[in-house]
Design a protein around this ligand. Sequence first.
Ligand code: ZN
Length: 83
Amino acid sequence: MCAQVDELPAGRAANAVPFIERQDAECAWPLWDDATPMDERKVCGARRADPDDDRRPYCVGHERIAHRPPETLDATMRPRVVR
Ligand SMILES: [Zn+2]
C-alpha cells in the first residue's frame, strides 16, 4: 500500500473536477482527505500522461510524485489538501 494520496502540490488544483464527473483522459489523483464529504471530493483533472494507457491514471506531475516516497518530496511538492 502506498502513502496517502489525498493531496496535491501547491498550484495544481486549477483543473480539479468532481470525482464523479471525471473523464477518462483526466488525472485521477484524489484531492480529498477522510473528512471531505463524498459529494465534495475532487480529482486533479489535468490531462493524463498517457490517456491511452490504463496503467497510467495520473498526469505527468502526479505520476512523478506517486512513484516517490513522501519523505523525498521537497517543500514545493509537499501535499496540500484542497477543499
Ligand atoms: Zn494530476
